[in-house]
Design a protein around this ligand. Structure first.
Ligand code: HEM
Length: 501
């Protein structure tokens, strides 16, 4: 009995120590007093995903002003809303580098990928991965994106005309996964075809398993996520399958004749990555990071998985929001259809068509601004520094959160009310908006690598769809919007009637 009492007192003392040391407001910055282990997640309604992080930042800013502290579970973040300070952080790369939040989360799964690295290793990976997203490589995918979109349109055409589609999010994911497989691996994952939909092929299933496991670990503390990954046989099996396929693809690529490989390198992602493989991994491994060249096999593998994780769910979420907003704003949809039909005349879409669709660019921008896919991004403070505008002192190791989603709704930075969905703002009044008020893909040296690809995919898909269909609001009961906060911010209730022209 005495022993039990002693043990409980000891446990209580440890908990009090942890609370005071790690879960207490610090440095005179305002904020909600954090709970033990959960931080502010319960207070702000994020624990069960009922609110979007973007809404949370807006309400915390109203309460605490332009800078405050905020805990996501164990992680203490300093949230910065002042636009001059945001610009300063994005543009001072030697003081503000990749946030620990990203490094911790991603390194459980893909430690060798660019997102987990800083300094010389980041530069080596960047030199190889950034050229993969050059315009000519992206636009080379036009036909495959149109053809995949046509397949999904065929599925929709087969449904009764009054059918309410409540699975737009899943359909968008299937479409983007099929496109990802073709762009990244030259491989048909068969996620759209009706006859294949019930028995997903081995690689598709494995990729989907990796994604679903990543969704589980993203909000858990590192110890929990590493243990979970270690013991999760589903994950181990999925990873082995993806590795096996990727190895085969690499071998296949390496066996091609050099002239053919040189040609393919210009347009194919897997061919370019294989081209960057180190000749002798053992020799490269012994060199200083600054002197290393190329990527090892495991680095190529991690980059491919990163592209999947960073690229597929984000873009499919943005597509779901595009479809939702089209259903809510029929006049905007009509204007888009007129632009698309006048430029394309209903023909197969070409690059010239895509480049000429300026109102569609405004629409996609407005979807990113109004219904953000990602709530924000993060940076770690590398040396002590003072922010120029708010004058707040920061210390090495502090973690910063840049709430890009809240800035795109901040009335101070927009001439037309940012709570209005109004694509024309990007042609007129808000054409010269502050660039840091609208940065859905982050900013500075760690900005999104795949942003041009994502924009291109969205533009081609939406243009192709609007050539053939009109998205109609399925009624308030099924199409009431709202948010689900997962890896991205998804629409909660979406119900659309799809009318063919
Ligand atoms: C709607 C689609 C997308 C959105 C909203 C999005 C958003 C973002 C954001 C906010 C960041 C953090 C940037 C920063 O910290 O400044 C990021 C990073 C990144 N994104 Fe995207 N992204 C999208 C699509 C893609 C695609 C299609 C790919 C590639 C296939 C991709 C690859 C990456 C990579 C590799 C990084 C890490 C860059 C680094 O660590 O330096 N993203 N993305």
């Amino acid at each position: 009995m005495l022993l039990l009492l002693l043990l409980s007192s000891l446990l209580l003392l440890i908990l009090i120590y942890i609370k005071i040391k790690y879960f207490t407001l610090r440095n005179d910055l305002p904020g909600l007093s954090p709970h033990l282990f959960f931080g502010n997640l319960i207070q702000v309604g994020l624990l069960f995903g009922t609110k979007a992080a973007s809404e949370v930042y807006i309400s915390l800013k109203e309460k605490f002003g332009d800078i405050y502290q905020y805990w996501i579970g164990f992680v203490r973040l300093i949230v910065v809303h002042d636009i001059d300070d945001v610009q300063y952080i994005f543009t001072h790369r030697s003081i503000y580098d990749q946030g620990q939040v990203f490094i911790e989360k991603f390194s459980v799964l893909i430690p060798e990928s660019i997102i987990c690295n800083i300094g010389a290793k980041f530069k080596r990976h960047g030199a190889i991965t950034m050229p993969l997203f050059r315009r000519n490589k992206i636009t080379a995918n036009l036909n495959l994106i149109v053809d995949a979109t046509d397949k999904i349109l065929d599925r929709w055409r087969a449904k009764p005309s009054e059918f309410i589609h409540k699975d737009i999010v899943e359909q968008s994911q299937n479409l983007l996964l099929e496109i990802f497989g073709l762009i990244a691996f030259d491989y048909n994952l068969e996620t759209i075809d009706e006859q294949h939909s019930d028995k997903a092929n081995e690689l598709t299933q494995a990729l989907q398993d990796v994604m679903s496991i990543f969704r589980v670990i993203i909000y858990s503390p590192r110890l929990v996520s590493t243990t979970y990954m270690k013991w999760n046989s589903k994950y181990r099996r999925a990873r082995q399958i993806v590795e096996r396929y990727l190895s085969n693809m690499m071998e296949q690529e390496l066996n091609e004749n050099p002239q053919w490989r040189e040609e393919r390198k210009k347009t194919s992602l897997i061919a370019s990555l294989v081209h960057s493989l180190q000749m002798d991994e053992k020799i490269e491994a012994q060199k200083q990071e600054e002197d290393k060249k190329g990527l090892s096999r495991s680095e190529v593998f991690d980059e491919m998985l990163l592209f999947l994780i960073a690229g597929y769910e984000t873009t499919s979420t943005a597509l779901s929001w595009c479809i939702y907003q089209l259903s809510k704003y029929p006049k905007i949809q009509e204007k888009l259809k007129i632009e698309i039909m006048s430029k394309t005349n209903g023909q197969y879409i070409t690059l010239e068509h895509i480049d000429s669709l300026s109102y569609l660019d405004c629409f996609i921008n407005e979807v990113f601004r109004y219904s953000p896919t990602i709530d924000g991004t993060s940076r770690a403070v590398m040396v002590d520094d003072r922010l120029p505008k708010t004058g707040v002192q920061l210390y090495k190791g502090d973690q910063i959160l840049l709430p890009t989603s809240a800035l795109s709704r901040d009335k101070r930075y927009w001439k037309i009310d940012p709570d209005l969905f109004y694509p024309e703002r990007f042609l007129n009044e808000d054409k010269d908006h502050n660039p840091y008020a609208f940065s859905p893909f982050g900013g500075g040296h760690r900005q999104c690598l795949g942003q041009d690809l994502a924009r291109f995919e969205l533009k081609v898909i939406v243009a192709r769809m609007l050539q053939q269909v009109t998205f109609v609001d399925g009624g308030q009961e099924v199409n009431s919007g709202g948010y689900v906060q997962k890896l991205t911010i998804l629409p909660r209730h979406i119900g659309i009637v799809i009318q063919f022209n």
